[in-house]
Design a protein around this ligand. Sequence first.
Ligand SMILES: Cc1ncc(C[n+]2csc(CCOP(=O)(O)OP(=O)(O)O)c2C)c(N)n1
Ligand SMILES: [Mg+2]
Length: 580
Amino acid sequence: MGEHSKRKTSDVMVAALENEKVEYIFGIPGEENLDLLNSLRDSKIKLVVTRHEQAAGFMAATVGRLTAKAGVCLSTLGPGATNFATSAAYAQLAGFPMMMITGQKPIRKSKQGSFQIVEIVEFMRPLTKFTKQIVDGDLVPSLVREAIRTAEEERPGAVHLELPEDIAETHTDAQSFPVYPVRRPIAEGKAIAKAIEMIHAATHPLLLIGAGANRKRTANMLQQFVNELKIPFFTTQMGKGVISDDHPLCLGCAALSSNDFVHVCIEKADLIINIGHDVVEKPPFIMQIGKPPYVIHINFYTAKVDTVYFPQHEVVGDIANSIWQLKEGLNSQVHWDYSFMFKVKNTLEEHLLKGSDDDRFPLMPQRIVADLRKQMPSDGVACLDNGMYKIWFARCYKAYEPNTLLLDNALATMGAGLPSAIAVAILYPEKKVVAVCGDGGFLMNSQEMETAVRLNLNLTVLVLNDNAYGMIKWKQNVAGFPKFGLDLKNPDFVAYANSYGAKGYRATSSADYSQILHDCLHHVKGVKLVEVPVDYTWANEILDHELPHMVKQLRSESEAGTGISSALANSAPPIQTDYE
Ligand SMILES: Cc1ncc(C[n+]2csc(CCOP(=O)(O)OP(=O)(O)O)c2C)c(N)n1
Ligand SMILES: [Mg+2]
C-alpha cells in the first residue's frame, strides 16, 4: 500500500477495538491520550468519562463480567495508570475480562525528562495476564487482538497496553485481523467416565456451583442436570443465581467457610462435584487430607492446589459440555440419600426468615435484604460493595437468575459497588439496578454519583450506615480486641446526593424503608440514594453464637444418625450484648 493509504496509529487502534466489538471505553483521558481521544470522536465506541480511574476500571471489569467480552478502560500515564491498580486486581482475581489502555510520554525522544514517568508496564505485571508497550504503529492490530484474546480466554482476567503519544501520532497501513470464534476444548471421555463412576458409587454426592459457572452460559445445562438427577446443590457467593436459589434442591450459599448450616450438609456428603469454583474465591469449605468429602473439580482449567483444596479427580474442559456429558452417562441412584440434608435445608430456610420482618430501627440487615428482595423483579441486579452486609446478602438474598447478585468474593475490595451498578445500568437500561454499599465503601467512589447523574442513569444506591467500618469492628470483637479506630463521622448523605442532582432519601423507620424502596424502584426515575441506618448487633450475635450453637447440635444429630429435633428450629431468642 502506498503512503496515501496509511492511517494514524490512534485511528488504527480505535478500528482494532471496533473490530473486537468494543462498545464502551471508561476512563479519564490525559494529555498523552489526546490522539486516541480524537480518534474516538468519530467512532461508534462510546466514551464514558468518569471521576476516578479506579471506578472506570471497575466499570470495565463489570462489562467483562456480564458480557464475557473484555471491558475497556483508558487513562493517562503515571498517576492515572497507577489508579487502575485495584480494578486490575479486581478483574484479574475474579476472572473478569478487562483491558486497560494507558498513555505514555514520547519513547523515541525525551520531552520532559522523567516527569510523571513510572514503569507502568512492569507495574501491571503481577496484576495482569498480559502487559505491553506499543513501540510501533504497525503492531497495533496484532497486539490489540492478542490482548483481547488473552483477556477473554479461560481463565479470563486483566490485560494492559501502553500507547505512547509519539507512537499514537505516527502513521501505519496495518489492518485489523478478522476475529473468528474458537471452540473451547472439551473434557476427555476417560475423565468423564471416572467421574460418573465416582458419582454413582457415592451415597451423598452434592453439587457445588462456583463463580466459573456464572461466567459462561452454563445455567440451562446445569438446571437440566439437577432436575434430571435430583442431586442437591449449594453455591459459593459468586455462584449464586446460576440455578435459582429458590430451587427445591438448593441447600444454600456457603457465604462463610465453616460453621453454617450448609457445612453440616457438606460434612455429611462423601463427594462434592465442584462446578467452576477455584481457590481464588474464598473457600466455601476446607478440605482435609484423607477425609471425605472428596472432590471432583469440573472447570475450564486444572485445579490450583492449595492446603484447603486438592481435588481427587478433575474434569477439564468446557463446563457446559462436561455437565452435558456427565448428564448423559449418569442415572439417579436409589442409594443416594439426602433425607438428613433436606432436614437441614428446612432448618436453614426457617432460620433465614428470622429478622426478615423485624421492625427494629436502625434496621437489621436481614430486614434490609428481605425488603429489597420483595421489591426487586427477578431480573433486577443488586451490586454489592464489601462490608458486613455482604454476608447477609449472600446468605439471605435469593438470586433467581444468573448474575443478578453481583458480589466480589475474590479481591473483596471496597469501592466497587457504585461503579459496578453504573456499568450494569449502562448495559441494561431496562433493568432495575441497585448498588448496596456501606458508609465506608460508598465514600471510596461516591464521586461517581456525578457520572451516573450526567449519564441520566436509572439506579438506586443504598448506603447502609452504621457510622463505622462495621465488618472490621465485628472481627475486632470476635478476636477479643478492645474497640478502637473503626468509628466514622459521615456527611449528610441526603444533602450529599442532592448536591449531585440525585434524589436523596433517609429511612427513618422500617416501614419508611420499605416505602422509599418501593418508590425508588417503581416510580422515581434517575439516580436515587437511600441512607439506611443499620444495626449489626443482633445479626453479629447470630453469626458469633447462635449459628455455631445450632450447627454443633445438627452435627451431633448427623453423627448419631437421628433427625432434627423440632426445638432446634425455634432456638433460643437472640442474646443482647453491649456490643456497640
Ligand atoms: C479497599 C479496601 N480497603 C479495606 C478493606 C478491608 N475492609 C473490608 S470490609 C471493611 C469495612 C467496610 O465498612 P463499610 O463500607 O462501612 O461497611 P460495613 O462493614 O460497615 O457494613 C474494611 C475496612 C477492603 N476490603 N477493601
Ligand atoms: Mg459501615
